[in-house]
Write a protein that binds this ligand. Structure first.
Ligand SMILES: Nc1ncnc2c1ncn2[C@@H]1O[C@H](COP(=O)(O)OP(=O)(O)O)[C@@H](O)[C@H]1O
Ligand SMILES: CC(=O)N[C@@H](CCC(=O)OP(=O)(O)O)C(=O)O
Length: 300
């Protein structure tokens, strides 16, 4: 078949356009929080993993922190129990903790296999490995919700060791308490704590909605940029609900604690991560520090 030179040139142009972004993020740590429905659909899962593998191969240092809430709920039901949440956090009694740990480890190893099949070394760990995520028991509005942890100390040594040896760390949100018990951590909380501890350049939350909506019922109200002050105002206004509450609070926390770029992206859009990193198209919602200039003009 004859080569279509125009088509081939377009491919070359795409690569050249990516050059400044590749330079900007070279050797920089990017934490990707991966959860929601983008994790349930096998086709999408593959695309997310391909993106992260590409980031690794062009010289970034990606870290995946994953959830698996939907799969945990499905196994809780299979065990004859009813999943229960308070303010977006799973009520985690002893049997639920056991299920959560088993399911998250299973998800963890399946992500590791997918990455390795694409030729990148990956290592799956939980927050218990290397004493990484120490937690204290988390109450939800004063209510005891069982073995749910709030990260109060991160030891990033194991992450740095893996990055140094060129492994892609894949981390599941299980921590340990001073009582040596395993604790279930909301994966957004875990991703934020890890991004802060490793001084990540970027933290991207891949979720199952387009981004943050001013009013979730109004699909024309998607917000592309939000300062931390605006985010606080929005949270106080009562139009942010469900899992977006902890997510947005974590975004504010990350921005105010040294993570330069924080994004909420629609994990249902194939290759959303590449679009966000290698273009200035502004997919999803960017959360900015108070002194940030207009983000998409200052992306590079
Ligand atoms: N104003 C809002 N903007 C965006 N999402 C919202 C809003 N209010 C509530 N949500 C809910 O938050 C969900 C995202 O959080 P969550 O389900 O925890 O995602 P994940 O499983 O990816 O961590 C959305 O699917 C949506 O149902
Ligand atoms: C305490 C708590 O709620 N932990 C979460 C951990 C998994 C998670 O956060 O998964 P997603 O990111 O896919 O929602 C849970 O048990 O569902």
């Amino acid at each position: 078949m004859p080569v279509n030179i125009d088509e081939e040139l377009k491919k070359a142009e795409v690569l050249i356009e990516a050059l400044p972004y590749i330079q900007k993020f070279n050797r920089k740590i990017i934490v990707v929080k991966y959860g929601g429905s983008a994790m349930v659909d096998e086709e999408l899962k593959r695309k997310v993993i391909e993106d992260v593998v590409l980031l690794k191969l062009v010289g970034f240092k990606p870290i995946i922190v994953h959830g698996g809430g939907k799969e945990i709920s499905s196994w809780v039901k299979k065990s004859g129990m009813e999943p229960k949440f308070v303010n977006g956090l799973r009520v985690t009694d002893e049997p639920t903790m056991e299920i959560a740990e088993m399911v998250l480890n299973k998800v963890n190893k399946s992500l590791v296999s997918m990455i390795q099949d694409l030729g990148v070394k990956a290592c799956g760990i939980s927050g218990k490995d290397g004493g990484m995520l120490h937690v204290k028991k988390k109450l939800s509005a004063g209510e005891d919700i069982g073995y749910v942890g709030d990260v109060d100390d991160v030891n990033p040594e194991i992450i740095h060791a893996l990055l140094k040896d060129d492994f892609l760390p894949v981390i599941c949100p299980i921590g340990f308490g001073s009582d040596h018990h395993a604790y279930n951590i909301n994966a957004d909380d875990a991703a934020c704590a890890i991004a802060r501890a490793v001084d990540a350049e970027k933290l991207a939350f891949l979720t199952d909605t387009e981004g943050v909506f001013r009013d979730f019922e109004d699909k024309n109200s998607l917000i592309s940029e939000l300062t931390t002050a605006e985010a606080r105002k929005l949270l106080a206004g009562g139009t942010i609900g469900g899992g977006m509450l902890p997510k947005l609070n974590n975004c504010i926390d990350a921005v105010e604690n040294g993570v330069s770029r924080v994004h909420i992206l629609d994990g249902r859009i194939p290759h959303c991560l590449l679009l966000e990193i290698f273009t200035n198209k502004g997919v999803g919602t960017a959360i900015l520090g108070e002194d940030a200039e207009h983000f998409y003009n200052t992306n590079i």
